[in-house]
Design a protein around this ligand. Structure first.
Ligand code: MG
Length: 397
């Protein structure tokens, strides 16, 4: 199933707007915009192949700083409409070119959506055309009289608080939105309501209490406290190492650190034989004890023949992100008599930094010859070793 995520960030959110800070979905919590945290939650899920954000036309500047670096699945934003419903419709129309099978629609202002909720929604979509994350109402509910006295007590047993994500088979929700627009209905406050109107059964799945919608300035402040109250002590440093070797073969260029470098030989390998990215991928997998590159991308699988090794590194970074980890730095040593690495160092730093979301000073690239000793010294091949540090939340995210 090709699953897309549609993040609705076009609202003005005047209730939480603070002058000079902009709409609430761009307010900084824990050092990053609310939307950044939301996007990270979806970009960290490998089942989601495409992420479309809908923004307000005035927010392009805010938006640029809200996309996690290296979140390769985020498409350029589209501009929303006058209502939430119109914004979602615009996002669905943009996604329709990609022909996803299903879409999870989610509020940008719910940054604490957990991986378990996203996974439950995806799983439910296998058997249901529409699903909604929701929580059973725990409080007793009263109906008020106009004079401020209680007019009655409601039966809460069948009542739920609606959250997002709300997931749908793509064609079903696109069609329901089209029909709602044609019927001049523009007052639906969520997508489940449109599905209900269109006669589509919507299955309830359990959300989580912390998947709150940040609505007021007090909500933003509380979210900030929650994230920044997490001190360095709440993260544990992890270190991983990786090593890789490939043999020279006939050819006129090699791939190193994602860069093509002209050379007297090529490197033999099933993929593009990039020893730097292979060693680095293994170092990252090592930080989370998640096997090695050969396990996730077996050389026996023809799918990876000639593959750009950047894909392997992106996958390892996603696995770290999915655990709530952030990468501290990476460090690489290339063992080769030739070619010279120095002229290509900056390009490798930029490419690896782009994939991992790291500034160049967090990407070490070093090289040494082997003084003509051993297999590297005899120019039979190139080796690379790498290490990586990652900070993982203690006791899960
Ligand atoms: Mg290799």
């Amino acid at each position: 199933m090709r699953i897309a995520a549609l993040i609705v960030a076009a609202g003005r959110g005047t209730r939480a707007a603070v002058s000079g800070v902009g709409p609430k979905q761009y307010a900084l919590i824990g050092g990053a915009p609310v939307l950044w945290h939301t996007l990270r939650a979806f970009a960290g899920n490998s089942a989601i192949s495409d992420i479309q954000v809908v923004i307000h036309r005035d927010d392009a500047e805010f938006y640029r700083e809200s996309v996690p670096v290296g979140a390769a699945t985020v498409w350029p934003a589209v501009i929303g409409g006058a209502t939430r419903q119109a914004s979602v419709y615009a996002g669905l129309q943009a996604l329709s070119a990609l022909k996803p099978d299903a879409v999870l629609i989610h509020d940008a202002a719910r940054p604490f959506v957990g991986p378990e909720t996203i996974e439950r929604a995806i799983e439910a979509l296998i058997t249901s055309p529409a699903v909604i994350a929701a929580l059973p109402v725990a409080d007793t509910l009263k109906r008020a009289n106009p004079d401020g006295t209680i007019g009655g007590t409601l039966d809460r047993t069948s009542l739920w608080y609606a959250q997002t994500p709300q997931g749908f088979h793509f064609d079903v929700i696109l069609d329901a939105h089209r029909r709602a627009a044609e019927a001049d209905r523009d007052d639906f406050t969520d997508d489940a309501a449109i599905a209900e109107w269109a006669g589509i059964p919507v299955k309830l799945i359990e959300g989580t209490a912390d998947n709150v919608k940040l609505t007021t300035a007090a909500d933003i402040a509380e979210a900030h406290r929650k994230l920044s109250g997490r001190s360095e002590r709440d993260f544990e440093p992890r270190v991983g190492t990786g090593f890789d070797v490939h043999r020279f073969t006939a050819g006129d260029h090699i791939w190193l650190g994602g860069i093509s470098i002209g050379h007297t030989h090529g490197l033999e390998g099933h993929s593009d034989a990039d020893v730097v990215l292979h060693a680095l991928t293994d170092a990252l997998l090592g930080t989370i004890g998640d096997g090695d590159i050969g396990q996730h991308f077996p050389p026996s699988d023809p799918k990876w023949k000639g593959a750009a090794s950047r894909l392997f590194l992106e996958d390892a970074a996603r696995r770290v992100t999915a655990l709530g980890g952030r990468i501290g730095n990476v460090d690489i040593t290339v063992l080769a008599e030739a070619p010279r690495i120095g002229p290509h160092r900056a390009a490798m730093q930029a490419l690896i930094g782009d994939v991992l979301g790291l500034a160049p000073d967090r990407v070490g690239i070093k090289a040494t010859t082997m003084e003509t000793m051993g297999f590297v010294g005899r120019r039979e091949g190139i080796a690379a070793m790498a290490s990586a540090t990652v900070f993982l939340p203690r006791g899960g995210n």
